[in-house]
Design a protein around this ligand. Structure first.
Ligand SMILES: Cc1cc2nc3c(=O)[nH]c(=O)nc-3n(C[C@H](O)[C@H](O)[C@H](O)COP(=O)(O)OP(=O)(O)OC[C@H]3O[C@@H](n4cnc5c(N)ncnc54)[C@H](O)[C@@H]3O)c2cc1C
Length: 505
């Protein structure tokens, strides 16, 4: 049997695109197969009337400026991808029952603003960012190949100490006032786990990337990133098949031989699946080919949060409506643990509202503005929704979101709504094929954080030449993480292909 492709990638989400671009760039005969008719998975945009709405991205971490580039900017530059970025100078505005604060990007500005809001907090908040910087340096060393345990114990001692402690434990150890902890913990919803279950090391890495380098967004929406990746794959000779669903991964003796599309079989040396294992076991891979350990690992984990989003086009500009914040986060309680609990039922106590026009005015036609509403749900909100009740369910959540926003932000938008689109977890499940439509993979926890997953990655390679990549992967959710995860898997596949070739030669 002749192998047609070196690498077959299933799914053109962030991780799949990055994997295919990496494989193609090293001269591997690459095929990328995507069931939708466009690239990106979550990472895309769509038009309604006069508006182009961003589907998912609020802000990308780890981009930075040309003078102070983050990993993502460097990765894109290596691929020859030129994205026109907007880097915002505000991190977020957060309103809870206790406070209403707007936090700037930039570490020093962030710490000073925190001191203004919570006197006596400066030193402990500054210490968090110092640890964040150290954690990022250690993480880079850890990711660079074979880390030397002695170097980890001496040069990166803080990294070892921080690992496996919760955010709450470490912020208390730094004597940070509770109110400052609450404000600092605002980002938990970007990861999907509360501060008592979130590993501190992971959190400071994320904080450092967002606050130090500033939140970034592509001016032309996510499509600018994904079409540039697509271009990179094709420029390097890779093939992309859109509108094509992989129905089976052909397995034999613990190895993946290729993929099945209808009656057609396509063969490849290495397969990279940008698919959630939960949706792949039993549908893409036949049960008798799934190692028991893989099922146990999957069952031990909890699927990530579900999302409900709403995209609104307004026939009035943001400033005249009194909308001044790019990212406004509304929580009931100031405590992240309570905020997480409040995301269990239909009437979520958390919404995030983004107005792209506040980042760059020209995001929609003059005299108009756009708002993206996002709520996350930590339990399955669709479980009691019937087919007949689906429309009412969507309307209920949408109306509750608008009401909450109008009350808490004190801004009236209802009379100016020109376009409105809602996406429930069912919508996301249809587009990205994950359990409950989660874009967050598996929920992170103290035993299953990014560091634990990376350290365990070799033990979790249970399918030989088949890799699962995406938000469920080692680096967890988010554009930045999924892209890096896809690149890591492709590099590992390329290395093995080269070794196989040397053995044959
Ligand atoms: C509303 C919202 C807001 C978000 N905000 C942010 C943010 O501000 N910053 C951030 O970094 N992240 C954010 N995220 C999270 C981020 O978008 C995701 O974590 C990330 O994009 C997931 O990438 P992925 O590689 O797992 O691919 P996915 O987006 O899950 O895509 C998987 C792709 O694989 C395809 N596929 C699956 N099965 C098959 C098959 N059998 N055959 C062919 N194709 C298949 C799917 O069609 C899909 O295109 C947000 C997500 C949402 C929904």
């Amino acid at each position: 049997m002749t192998k047609k492709y070196d690498v077959i990638v299933i799914g053109a989400g962030n991780a799949g695109l990055a994997a295919a671009a990496t494989a193609a760039a090293t001269g591997m005969k690459t095929l990328l197969i995507e069931k939708n008719v466009y690239p990106g998975g979550c990472a895309t945009s769509f038009r309604r009337g006069r508006f182009e709405f961003e589907t998912a991205l609020h802000e990308l971490a780890n981009v930075g400026t040309e003078e102070n580039p983050g990993t993502i900017r460097k990765i894109f530059s290596d691929f020859g991808i030129d994205v026109n970025w907007h880097i915002d100078d505000t991190a977020f505005r957060v309103i809870t029952a206790d406070y209403d604060v707007t936090m700037p990007a930039g570490v020093e500005k962030f710490c000073c603003e925190m001191e203004k809001n919570v006197p006596g907090s400066y030193d402990s908040v500054r210490a968090v960012f110092r640890l964040g910087k150290k954690a990022n340096e250690a993480f880079k060393y850890l990711s660079s190949g074979k880390p030397d345990p002695n170097v980890m114990m001496t040069k990166h001692r803080d990294f070892m100490i921080m690992a496996s402690h919760s955010v709450d434990t470490c912020l208390n150890a730094l004597n940070m006032p509770q109110r400052a902890q609450n404000i600092l913990n605002t980002y938990w919803s970007y990861i999907g786990a509360p501060s008592d279950r979130l590993d501190f090391l992971f959190y400071v890495i994320i904080l450092d990337r967002y606050i130090n380098l500033g939140p970034a967004m592509p001016i032309m929406r996510s499509h600018e990133i994904t079409s540039a990746f697509e271009d990179s794959v094709r420029r390097n000779g890779g093939e992309i098949w859109y509108g094509t669903k992989v129905e089976e991964i052909i397995m034999k003796d613990g190895k993946a031989l290729g993929v099945k599309i209808g009656e057609k079989e396509i063969y490849g040396s290495k397969i990279i699946a940008n698919c959630h294992p939960g949706c792949s076991f039993g549908s893409l891979i036949r049960e008798d080919h799934i190692p028991e350990r893989a099922l146990k690992i999957h069952n031990a984990r909890k699927n990530g949060a579900q999302f409900f989003t709403m995209y609104i086009g307004l026939c009035k500009d943001a400033a005249s409506l009194g909308i001044n914040d790019y990212t406004l986060i509304l929580y009931d309680s100031p405590l992240s643990v309570k905020q997480y609990e409040g995301c269990r039922g239909l009437d979520t106590s958390f919404i995030m509202v983004n107005c792209l026009n506040c980042a760059f005015k020209s995001a929609s036609p003059e005299g108009t503005s756009m708002l993206y509403f996002t709520s996350v749900f930590t339990e399955d909100i669709l479980k009691d929704v019937t087919t007949e009740g689906y429309k009412d369910f969507k309307n209920h959540v949408a109306e509750a979101m608008i009401k909450r926003y109008e009350e808490k932000a004190g801004i009236s938008i209802t009379p100016y709504i020109e376009e409105i689109v809602t996406s429930s977890p069912a919508t996301f499940a249809r587009y990205i094929n994950t359990p409950g439509g989660t874009p967050y993979g598996y929920e992170v926890s103290l035993w299953d954080s990014m560091i634990a997953r990376i350290l365990n990655s070799k033990n979790e390679r249970l399918f030989g030449n088949l890799w699962f990549v995406g938000a469920h992967g080692e680096r967890t959710d988010g554009y930045n993480s999924a892209i890096s995860n896809g690149i890591d898997a492709a590099k590992s596949a390329i290395k093995e292909i080269k070794q196989d070739r040397e053995t044959i030669a």
